[in-house]
Design a binder for this molecule. Structure first.
Ligand SMILES: Nc1nc2c(ncn2[C@@H]2O[C@H](COP(=O)(O)OP(=O)(O)OP(=O)(O)O)[C@@H](O)[C@H]2O)c(=O)[nH]1
Ligand SMILES: [Zn+2]
Length: 330
């Protein structure tokens, strides 16, 4: 990156012989590794530059990077932390790892690492600018909840994720649609995972919209490809491993050096905008979704509670949502 060292992501590097004297990791990970001169970090995913007695290669770097492997690899270090004089690049690298869905850990100025790809920290601003999103195509899509449905696909030239909206019933400017802003959860939406409430929430939302359509209203499901609250599937599954060791969902993400909430809600506002919708009734228990959409210019005329029955496997997850993440759950 501009003005900084070359950084090789530990998880996805293909240069098998790469080696480096230093690694860049999150401060949460550094704290777990008990760095001797580690100061208290300002943010759990702030970066730390570490060195050990030997140089790092990809085999030794992976267990240093991945807290979900700690039980299998208890002995690491000792390491020391060095000052970073390329802080903006280090922060941008952590964010790039989050977006790519990989562990936030890099070899710094590696040798035998192949040719480096040049990036500027400001490239991230362009990536997160919602103006780049556009409607790619739309088609009729009868679904089991309603035969009267239409799918609209959205894409941005610089992002491979395809977000979709499912419009149920007849779009009308006279009535505000019932909207569900749903983030991808492969385990819950497709496999029927009992660890979260995503699958039942999705089904109930579609049923409620179909009901609206039967009464002359309409609804929109915004299905956002922001798996695991924006950390990606593999990192979410690493968080599940940590949850099996006793960490709750917030602490598990933080231990991975990742934010516990990294979704891009302005993107959902932009999708509504592209559909010509600026006032909605929103089905959610999450006040942050309401605030984020309102901040992006969408009027929420009503927050519709969207709480489904719990089960023994998701009870702790729902309690954590209520007690630590501010969800309005009873
Ligand atoms: N990182 C992480 N993500 C999870 C976990 N369990 C579920 N998720 C993700 O959490 C997201 C849930 O999204 P939503 O149901 O849209 O939103 P919400 O913030 O729970 O708010 P509601 O609108 O009230 O349902 C999905 O992207 C899931 O993949 C977990 O334990 N860790
Ligand atoms: Zn889920």
């Amino acid at each position: 990156m501009d003005g900084g060292p070359s950084l090789l992501p530990v998880e996805t590097a293909i240069a098998a012989n790469a080696k480096a004297d230093r690694m860049l990791i999150s401060s949460a990970r550094a704290a777990t590794l008990k760095l001797t001169n580690q100061r208290d970090a300002a943010a759990p995913h702030a970066p730390v530059l570490i060195r050990g007695a030997d140089s790092f290669d990809l085999q030794t770097a992976l267990p240093i990077a991945d807290p979900a492997l700690d039980l299998a690899n208890p002995l690491k270090g000792p390491f020391k932390a060095d000052a970073i004089d390329w802080q903006d690049n280090a922060v941008a690298a952590m964010e790039l790892a989050r977006i790519a869905g990989i562990l936030p850990a890099f070899l710094v100025n590696p040798v035998d690492a192949g040719e480096a790809e040049h990036l500027a920290a400001s490239d991230l601003d362009h990536w997160s600018d919602t103006i780049n999103l556009a409607i790619a195509t739309r088609a009729k899509l009868p679904v089991s909840a309603s035969k009267d449905a239409q799918i609209v696909a959205f894409r941005s030239a610089d992002d491979i994720r395809e977000h979709v909206a499912l419009i149920i019933g007849e779009q009308s400017s006279e009535r505000e649609p019932l909207v569900r802003l749903h983030s991808e959860c492969l385990t819950g939406d497709i496999l029927g995972s009992l660890k979260c409430d995503c699958g039942p929430q999705l089904d109930a939302a579609l049923a409620a919209m179909a009901d609206q359509a039967d009464k002359g209203g309409w609804g929109i499901l915004l299905y956002m490809r922001q798996e695991g609250r924006g950390i990606g599937l593999v990192n979410k599954l690493r968080a599940y491993r940590l949850q099996d060791q006793g960490f709750d969902t917030v602490d598990a993400n933080q231990r991975l050096g990742l934010p516990d909430e990294a979704r891009d809600f302005p993107l959902a506002a932009r999708m509504l905008d592209l559909l010509g919708v600026n006032a909605i009734r929103l089905m959610t228990n999450n006040p942050k979704k309401v605030a984020a959409l309102e901040a992006a210019g969408i009027t929420i005329t009503e927050r519709v509670q969207h709480q489904l029955p719990d089960n023994p496997h998701n009870r702790r997850y729902l309690e954590t949502k209520r007690d630590r993440s501010g969800h309005l759950l009873t």
